[in-house]
Each structure stands twice: as structure tokens, then as C-alpha cells.
Design a protein. Structure first.
Length: 128
């Protein structure tokens, strides 16, 4: 039974990887916490957290070290929580909102989070 769950996870990860490849993003790392993609043309990195909330021994120091390195190497780094593998469509709606934002200045982001709150100031989502 465990092998079936692992096979299903790989299949869903492959679907996610293929969809992001179609958007110009390449998988460059598969970590315990999730998947890391980049698009050199857009100088953009996507972190797709898949297991962070379920981990008993969260590798905080390693994770933040990696995250800080990415922020130094890319103009834009976006982090998304995606633990429900069956809800890929919502993940791609969220990605599209951030990638297509008219003004990439994080202080001017108009939409974020699953509830799409419009705001004048303050940041509701997580933009690194």
C-alpha cells in the first residue's frame, strides 16, 4: 500500500513539473520540504512547499539557508504552500496572480493568498 501512495505522489509531482515546464520553469531541486523551480529568462524562482506542515523534524536552518541563497540569486522568489496534491488548479491560479502582477514591487502587490484580498498597503501573501 505504501508503494501505491509513493507512486501516486510521483505521478502528481510529474504533472506539476510538466505544467511548470510549459510555463518556462525548470525543476532544479527536489527537497524533503518540496520542489524548487527556476526560470532564468524571468530571473524568477518558485518554491513549492509540499510537506512543511506535516514534518515532525522541520529542517529550519537548512531551509532558510537555501531560501536566503535563492533570494540573493534571483530577482523574484515566490513560495507557495501546496500540500493537497489534488488541488493543482488552485496552485496555478496563485502562481499566475503573482507572475502576472502589473508592478513587481512587493509593496504594491494587489492580490495574494487563496482569498484574493485586495489591499492598499501591507502584504498578506508571502513574497520573498
Amino acid at each position: 500500500m505504501a508503494w501505491l501512495c509513493a507512486a501516486e505522489k510521483i505521478m502528481k509531482d510529474n504533472m506539476l513539473i510538466e505544467r511548470l515546464n510549459n510555463m518556462g520553469f525548470s525543476l532544479f531541486s527536489r527537497e524533503e520540504t518540496g520542489l524548487f523551480f527556476h526560470d532564468f529568462a524571468q530571473k524568477t524562482c518558485l518554491i513549492i512547499d509540499q510537506n512543511v506542515c506535516q514534518m515532525k523534524n522541520y529542517p529550519y536552518v537548512e531551509y532558510t539557508h537555501t531560501q536566503n541563497r535563492l533570494v540573493q540569486n534571483y530577482d523574484r522568489v515566490f513560495r507557495f504552500l501546496h500540500e493537497d496534491k489534488d488541488e493543482q488548479d488552485m496552485l496555478f491560479v496563485e502562481i499566475a496572480i503573482f507572475l502576472n502582477e502589473e508592478d513587481p514591487d512587493p509593496e504594491k502587490i494587489k492580490h495574494s493568498g487563496r482569498n484574493r484580498k485586495t489591499r492598499v498597503s501591507g502584504l498578506y501573501g508571502l513574497l520573498l
